[in-house]
Design a protein around this ligand. Structure first.
Ligand code: ADP
Ligand code: MG
Length: 243
């Protein structure tokens, strides 16, 4: 089977400063991959390149075997089989929760009966009962994050991209949402690429973890392998080994 996502030699600079070194990896259907790394290492840049919110400087990105960014082609974000959940939720402030969730589905011309089905399902799954007619500002941070998730999931993207979706929540809520999200993603059988600087999140959610440091991949492996066989001193340090 073709990988759902494939990057080969993808690199990116801002103002002549290389933020991502040529980077290659593949992701399979149904996999949950966490990209783990310190602030400033290029995580958001990588996700935005995959989403099509930024263009690559070189290399190629393929989705389902088709190039979406490379020498000759650039498929815009709305035509890629991805959807993204942001750290700051990025909900439309003037739209109700229902309108926010329906927005992407309407844009992709989803049939109204299908829209209703998905809305009902997401509503109960993400505990949004009673919130649909409110404005985002009338919802708590945790609720807003769930709404952002519902909005992204509603379009049934092949790949769900998440950029530190829990980092703006307080510690208690973050802990709750972490396990909630883990079970949600496994219930939905969603293919997800999840960016975080939180080790615990990565270990709770991921089938495989990519450790990113200064724009390059230190190690890309299953969580237990990072722990038992760290490939670099940096990964070892992350895992709590002291030398
Ligand atoms: P992370 O998400 O891992 O914290 P980012 O991908 O946001 O890291 O940023 C990686 C590096 O690229 C940082 O040094 C950041 O300052 C720089 N950077 C990110 N976006 C831009 C931009 N639009 N213009 C210039 N520099 C940028
Ligand atoms: Mg970031």
């Amino acid at each position: 089977m073709k990988p759902i996502l494939k990057l080969e030699g993808v690199h990116k600079s801002f103002d002549k400063q290389e933020v991502l070194r040529p980077l290659s990896f593949e992701m399979n259907q149904g996999e949950r991959i966490c990209i783990l790394g310190p602030s400033g290492c290029g995580k958001s840049t990588l996700l935005q390149l995959i989403a099509g919110l930024l263009t690559i400087d070189g290399g190629i990105i393929e989705m389902g075997g088709k190039p979406v960014d490379g020498k000759k082609q650039f498929i815009p974000p709305e035509k890629r089989p991805v959807n993204m959940v942001f750290q700051d939720y990025a909900l439309w402030p003037h739209m109700t929760v229902r309108q926010n969730i329906e927005y992407g589905m309407k844009r992709s011309r989803t049939d109204s009966s299908v829209r209703k089905q998905r809305l009902d399902r997401l509503q109960s799954m993400l505990q949004l009962e009673g919130l649909l007619d409110r404005l985002p500002t009338e919802c708590s941070g945790g609720q807003q994050q769930r709404i952002g998730m519902a909005r992204a999931l509603a379009t049934e993207p092949s790949i769900l991209l998440m950029d530190e979706p829990l980092s703006n929540l307080d510690v208690k809520l973050r802990t709750e949402m972490r396990s909630e999200l883990a079970s949600l993603l496994s219930d939905l059988d969603t293919t997800a690429l999840y960016v975080t600087h939180d080790m615990l999140e990565a270990f709770t959610l991921a089938d495989r973890i990519m450790v990113l440091r200064a724009g390059g991949i230190d190690q890309f492996a299953e969580p237990h392998q990072l722990f038992s066989r760290p490939k670099t001193p940096w990964v070892a340090q992350l895992m709590g080994y002291h030398n």
